[in-house]
Design a protein around this ligand. Structure first.
Ligand SMILES: [Zn+2]
Length: 138
């Protein structure tokens, strides 16, 4: 079975990416073994046209909530307004080897990568099997 992603997550990310263009949009992914929910965070990068940096306040709040028994932070997402849905060299350099999922949205497509393994694309290993499911199937 592939990695399950809620169809609501895909819809939210594609809408946020379209609204943010030509800047990169970004946010957090929540779920336990599957991507059940996404949040939209401010991109506080110095040059948000080609970089992203999730608002540290949002990140810290999510990690604190997770520690206190809340939703698990399973990864991060961002958009490439003018690129393809492949991790950039910057993405590979930024990724901590923490096993988190990286979802990249570009040109109506979505790809998912797992950080922390030595793959063909820097530290990322692509998650090939993705299954988009309705929210009620979780
Ligand atoms: Zn990127």
């Amino acid at each position: 079975m592939g990695l399950r992603i809620s169809s609501c997550v895909i819809a939210l990310i594609q809408q946020a990416a379209a609204e943010a263009a030509p800047l990169e949009a970004c946010g957090l992914l929540f779920g336990d073994g599957a991507i059940a929910r996404a949040s939209v965070a401010a991109n506080v990068a110095a040059d948000p046209t080609c970089r992203f940096e999730i608002d540290p306040g949002a990140l810290i709040a999510a990690l604190r909530a997770e520690r206190e028994g809340g939703e698990r932070v399973i990864g991060y997402w961002h958009s490439h307004p003018s690129g393809d849905a492949m991790p950039s060299a910057t993405d590979a350099a930024m990724a901590a080897p923490d096993g988190k999922l990286w979802l990249i949205a570009a040109g109506g497509a979505v790809t998912v990568w797992r950080a922390g393994t030595a793959g063909l694309h820097g530290r990322f290993e692509r998650v090939m099997e993705i299954e988009v499911v309705s929210q009620f199937e979780f």
